[in-house]
Design a protein around this ligand. Structure first.
Ligand code: FA5
Length: 350
């Protein structure tokens, strides 16, 4: 009879070794330890044995019962751990160090272009100035030779605050403050004024593919003795060639701005259509990008600088339009849309 328990144990261990699920283990438990199970069946066979044999065999069967039960429990634990492991492995990858479940952020294309221009101008000795978005009428117009009721104001309608201040229509609004900030160094130490001031501008006007009511400009001024139009053209061409990484086709045509004399419109060949004509360039093949000119004597005077002794140039680069040209954005409104689908395409690896 003892051999029977050994044989049954071997048979059970073989079956247990191939059991690969909780269900299979449960089936084994029922077929060995259940009411009609194989181990229980051995117990039933004891009734025909002598009392002595009953004792020895009973012990063996009890041992077998305990071994089977322990082995089943151990295998069930092992199987549970395996199933948990499988579940963990089937979960999506998780990186504890990753920031919240958000797509990677990116710089706005206007920020990218602005930084690029700043780097270029800094390398040419210009300082980068920051200036307020809310300005006075004097800063935005009067100091720029645009008195009240001057028709030039019609082209730059804006948003006025109740206290008479306004949202600046042009970065030129900072010119007067810059001249006053640096005039002493110019006059007493002979340090030329070379500054750029990027900023957000606002105009109350209808929007279309190349006009927004909120857009960015970057103003630049240089004042010293003997500054001429040649200096202006040199700086403009150097900057645009650096930004576009190629020789850029530009054209200068006369332009009127009360704060420069002479004044020019600097246009660049439309990069969207290659100069063929499209809605972005109003079908002209050219995009008005950077009005500029020689600073008007009245503007220098208002800044505390003697126009008999000093001359200078100023330009007002349309940063938003420059970003459109550089990145091939056909509609200016996409840049203010806040659409991540559009804006995330311009990420650089800074
Ligand atoms: C001016 O704002 C002058 N202050 C520029 C200037 C500075 C001239 C210094 C001379 C000397 P204008 O209104 O043309 O000029 O605007 C300058 C540039 O800003 C335009 O060429 C264009 O690129 C951009 N711009 C103007 N209005 C808008 C608009 N509504 N949406 C997008 N860009 C605009």
């Amino acid at each position: 009879m003892a051999e029977k328990t050994v044989a049954l144990k071997e048979e059970f261990l073989a079956a247990l070794a191939v059991a690969d699920s909780m269900e299979a283990i449960e089936k084994l438990r029922v077929s060995y330890l259940g009411k009609n199970g194989l181990v229980t069946g051995l117990m039933k066979e004891m009734k025909d044995l002598s009392p002595e044999e009953k004792k020895t065999f009973g012990q063996k069967v009890n041992e077998l019962k305990t071994e089977v039960s322990d082995a089943l429990s151990a295998k069930a634990e092992e199987m549970k751990a395996l199933e948990i492991q499988k579940e963990i492995e089937s979960m999506p990858e998780f990186d504890v160090s990753a920031p919240a479940n958000l797509a990677r952020g990116s710089y706005h294309p206007i920020t990218l272009v602005q930084r690029e221009c700043e780097t270029i101008f800094k390398s040419m000795g210009f300082t980068v100035e920051d200036y307020s978005e809310v300005v006075t009428d004097y800063e935005c117009f009067e100091s720029l030779n645009i008195p009240k009721h001057h028709p030039a104001r019609d082209m730059q309608d804006t948003y006025y605050l109740e206290n008479g201040q306004l949202l600046k229509t042009q970065t030129s609004a900072a010119q007067n403050a810059i001249y006053k900030k640096y005039k002493d160094a110019l006059i007493h130490d002979g340090v030329p004024i070379k500054a750029i001031f990027p900023g957000r501008c606002f105009r109350n006007e209808a929007t279309d593919a190349c006009h927004e009511n909120t857009f960015f400009q970057m103003e630049g001024v240089m004042v010293d003795k003997d500054i001429s139009i040649s200096n202006l053209i040199f700086f403009m061409k150097s900057m645009l060639s650096e930004v576009f990484k190629r020789d850029v086709k530009v054209r200068l045509r006369p332009g009127f701005f009360p704060f420069v004399e002479p004044g020019f419109e600097l246009d660049i060949s439309c990069a969207i259509c290659g100069g063929e004509g499209c809605p972005s360039c109003k079908h002209s093949g050219w995009l008005e990008l950077c009005p500029c000119g020689m600073i008007h004597p009245e503007v220098l005077k208002a800044g505390g600088i003697d126009p008999e002794e000093y001359t200078g140039f100023a330009f007002g680069l349309g940063l938003t339009r420059l970003a459109m040209m550089k990145y091939g954005v056909g509609d200016i409104r996409d840049l203010n849309s806040g659409s991540l689908k559009v804006l995330s395409q311009f990420t650089d690896d800074e």
